[in-house]
Design a protein around this ligand. Sequence first.
Ligand SMILES: [Zn+2]
Length: 276
Amino acid sequence: MPELPEVQTVVNDLIAGGLIGKTICGADVFWNKSIGNLTSGEFSETITGQIIMTVRRRAKYIIIDFKSAVHLLIHLRMSGRLIIIPTSVETNKHEHVILHLNDNRDLRFHDTRKFGRMILTDKPDTILGNLGPEPLSADFTVAQFKTILKSKHRQLKPLLLDQTFIAGLGNIYVDEALWEARLHPQKIAATVSPKKAADLYNAIRYVLQQGIDNQGTSLGNGQSNFTSAENQRGNNAGNLKIFRKTGHLCPRCQTKIERIIVGQRSSHICPKCQKA
Ligand SMILES: [Zn+2]
């Protein structure tokens, strides 16, 4: 599933692709669940004529702000992709929503597994309002992180995956950050020492920024894999130290990496660097 660095990469591509300032001059919806509760008629009618003002990210959402009070919130979930492509290019069966731009190009929502959503709303806070802080923002300080960590009697792994605690992290970057900080995924947040909390804060920011700098992580070769809006695979997989490296050697201490289950999610740990 795309996490913060992958979603940021898509946003960067959409901006570089010249989306800002374009007008939506029509929409086709081929899979109604992709647009949430609206009918395809309501969706098309509302979005047609909208002028794109900004494209940005909040947590794992791509947000397109229109000149009116309407916003399009896009969550890629498992396999969603956004593609800017000339309208003349034939559509394929995985393109469930097509927005026609006023420059003979389309913004197409391609989603093999169909869990992704494009939600058109004039009340974005009903969806974005409960999200936790952005880990890379300047406002998110180590002091703030220490305070919120201290208040939680939950295991680190599920806590860091909780989008209301901190926004944008998923399985890949949580495992990588915990390894960097030498913390076990089952450790209770409130019991993390101030020094280790600072290590974790720095590790989270480090792995996310590295992911963005490398245009995201693509794993394997499946069609549901992450590719950017420019149809590029991310280059960050080579920087992963622990995620899906079961049986490989820890790059720090050469102990065999293990896969354990924490809160129903698989986690990858070095049993020596990350003591329970
Ligand atoms: Zn190790």
